[in-house]
Design a protein around this ligand. Structure first.
Ligand SMILES: [Zn+2]
Length: 155
């Protein structure tokens, strides 16, 4: 059972959910993103994300039209990562498509870029064997507070 803290962008409030590993994430549509997929290899008892991130995932999944295998999404600061890792700490980033063929992965990356849904899609040159996309808060105070809260809690 995971505790999931969701920042609701519509109400500016934090919401707390408790979900089993095989259950869908809060705000996920049609069971396309399970808790265990979102957590990847993280063993944190608390996971963080935002309502907007979950909604954008739903739209991306719909646009792509096929299952999107998720390698990693949430990570704690000491659980490693790559260049855009702080987005993973906040639970607003996905590393996906590790198990897809090169061709499928390129299609997914193009889909993410052309959808206009994401704040950032990492170029193929930086992430040749996966696709990173995230829905970051753009350099706002809220973003800094969010990261600070996650680091301070050590949860
Ligand atoms: Zn990433």
């Amino acid at each position: 059972m995971a505790k999931i803290i969701v920042f609701n962008n519509d109400t500016d409030r934090m919401e707390t959910y408790y979900r089993g590993e095989d259950e869908p994430m809060p705000y996920n549509a049609n069971g396309t993103l399970r808790v265990r997929e979102f957590r990847g290899s993280s063993n944190s008892t608390t996971l963080w994300t935002t309502k907007r991130t979950m909604q954008v995932w739903n739209s991306q999944r719909y646009i792509f039209g096929n299952p999107i295998p998720v390698g990693f999404a949430f990570k704690r600061p000491w659980e490693g990562g790559h260049g855009s890792q702080s987005q993973h700490y906040a639970g607003v980033a996905f590393d996906v498509g590790q198990r897809l063929s090169n061709n499928q992965r390129n299609q997914l990356r193009q889909s993410a870029i052309y959808s206009g849904l994401w704040s950032y899609v990492e170029p193929a040159a930086l992430t040749p064997t996966w696709v990173h996309f995230d829905k970051r808060f753009r350099k706002s105070c809220l973003w800094n507070c969010w990261i600070y809260a996650i680091k301070a809690r050590k949860c």
